[in-house]
Design a protein around this ligand. Structure first.
Ligand code: ADP
Ligand code: ADP
Length: 218
């Protein structure tokens, strides 16, 4: 195929480390991270129509409707920085989105690989409750595991670090429920296509990154 692109679908429970790893992969491969969560949060902050629509779903920890999400990803993939492919972080999130993504990417060779970052549930909770995000650039920290140089301030752009509203306990519980019900079936979906690769997400951020790089580039 002449126009073969590299589409990587990162899988893993909320808090597994997808965003952290996607940002590092972006730096080392030059493929852009496409985080649907980040795009929704950007729209929420700027009070766009999309943001207003997504708000109630995100507050509850439910998925934003597929039609809206799929259209948003389609638009994003047409941006010039996606000509070599993309690192998908948080999309697809259910089987409808996965089949839509296959259709979108079919002209470019489809999904290249789907790494699954595996982490135990109690570690996931520890990671989510300690997560802090930059208000301006979206960089992700952890109060214990990956603290910024100066407390409350982003190393990258000096932005304010905050705890996401949906990282509070009630919403986290629902997000995990939604993950097991709607997103976990994607593991079987990509396994059946021979694209699933399991990575031990309990390792350090650097060790997980090395394992992922070997999968994506190797
Ligand atoms: P996801 O995008 O899958 O929800 P994040 O990348 O936002 O996950 O990571 C969740 C939290 O866990 C963040 O606070 C991040 O700093 C921390 N974290 C990510 N990877 C690791 C790791 N390998 N070890 C320890 N903490 C991690
Ligand atoms: P996490 O990194 O902790 O898994 P995300 O940042 O990916 O969380 O997602 C936050 C919220 O944004 C989700 O709970 C959901 O409401 C919405 N969202 C993100 N991606 C999608 C998607 N692909 N489909 C529907 N809703 C999504």
């Amino acid at each position: 195929m002449s126009d073969r692109r590299i589409y990587v679908v990162l899988l893993g429970v909320p808090g597994a480390g997808k965003g952290t790893q996607a940002k590092l992969l972006e730096q080392s491969t030059g493929l852009p991270q496409i985080s649907t969560g980040d795009i929704f949060r950007y729209n929420l902050k700027n009070q766009t129509e999309l943001g207003k629509l997504a708000k109630s779903y995100m507050d509850r920890g439910d998925l934003v409707p597929d039609e809206v999400t799929i259209r948003m990803v389609q638009d994003r993939l047409q941006q010039p920085d996606c000509v070599r492919g993309a690192i998908m972080d948080g999309f697809p999130r259910n089987l409808v989105q996965a089949t839509a993504f296959d259709t979108m990417t079919a002209p470019y060779g489809g999904v290249r690989v789907a790494p699954l970052i595996q982490v135990e549930d109690d570690e996931t909770i520890r990671r989510i409750t300690g997560r802090r995000s930059c208000r301006t650039c979206g960089a992700v920290y952890h109060v214990i595991y990956n603290p910024p140089k100066v407390e409350g301030i982003c190393d990258v752009d000096g932005g304010e670090l905050y705890q996401r509203d949906d990282d509070k306990e009630d919403t986290v519980r629902n997000r995990l429920f939604v993950y097991y019900k709607q997103t976990a079936p994607l593991i079987g979906y990509y396994y059946a296509k021979g694209l699933l690769r399991e990575v031990d997400g309990a390792m350090s951020i650097e060790a997980v990154q090395q394992a992922l790089l070997a999968i994506v580039v190797g």
